[in-house]
Design a protein around this ligand. Sequence first.
Ligand code: S3P
Length: 439
Amino acid sequence: MKPTPLIVEPGPALFGAFTPPGDKSITHRAWLLALLAEGDTHVSGANPGADCEGTLHAVQALGVSVTGTPDARTLTGLGGRVREPEAVLDCGNSGTMLRLLAGVLAAQPFLSVLTGDDSLRRRPVARVIEPLRAMGATLFARDGDRLPPLVIRGARLAAVRHSLPVASAQVASSVLLAGLGADGETSVEIPGPARDHTERMLRAAGVAVVETALAAGGRRVSVRGHALPRGLRLSVPGDFSAAAFFLAAAAATPGSRITANGVGLNPTRTGLLDVLERMGAKVERSELRIEAGEELGNVTVEGPARLASFDVPVEWIPRLIDEVPAWTVVASAAAGVSRLAGAAELRVKESDRLSTLARNLAALGVHVRELRDGLEIEGGRIAGGAARAEGDHRIAMAFAVLGTRAASAVRIDDAASIATSYPGFVSTLVALGGRAGSA
Ligand code: S3P
């Protein structure tokens, strides 16, 4: 496909309010629970990006009927009676879709094949194969069961007690979704503060979810098999991970003030706000509320005259794992050296984010050191220049907002990947005062 370059010129401080797209993690889960639910699921404000649309297409291929408009959809669930797909299910760029869907399909008595784009076919699947096999499903993957495509012959599953080596919400959710179709009680031990949207949505859908704290930190989550979720009425909160780029841009530019309206504030996701505060930015939350078990509200960030450097504590990493590209914007603008470690998982995201970020920051004149599991950035002058997005939406968005406060223009080679999560990103950037356009 022809690349879509994006050029961002330095401009005035960003200013104004915007509503981010619906949360991507929550939207994937809404479509999958609608597939398993008895009755209709009504979803408004779903994420419109290609990743979540992929999950919506997959649940249609599995038998769900969808009516309504993109902003207010009704899905008629099958109460667990899922139809064997006639073709390979394409998960595009989305690791969340592939791993969560694998859990759902492991409990279905038929064959499914999941694949994705060049990036997804380089991302690990052994982490879901292992527990789903232990439950009784048959799974195979390429390269010695390491990489997609993933072939699943589902079965009547037996419950397991699975302990995760890393606190991955995708893997935990995959096992819990499989557990809904298993005999007995399935438990997952999560060794840290991973996002808990699956647990919250299952509860909202009437499924009993038991959580206990683990002595060593983290928690055990259990569900009983053959529990049918009820159809939900869900208004998806704005995606904090999408809003983060503009909030970071505001913090990085003195005189900026930006409000994200209706943004999800689940505490497992908002670690970046704590970092911005520690660096000296003003962060205000207002109109706080809870809908279908999820916190949301409005968040305003103001850029201070001088942003201080800050080392992100390792235990905060899971609460900002998707915000590390946005963090590099503030770290590059701060006075002094900021560090982040304990984030080796970033090497298996849509790109190897530690190396993609380090390479691009260096290309823009930022002093950066790539660590085995993190980054060290000496803030100060951002010269501008050319960045390569490597097909990774969050890399493209991070360098676009970095362009607003660089000394000269930033040219991103291909920004097409932004459409996987935030199709309206460039128009929001322009509405907030950014000078962005195609080359
Ligand atoms: C997600 C979990 C996280 C996150 C990803 C979305 C989810 O991945 O990085 O963007 O929706 O469950 P891991 O579970 O691999 O940490």
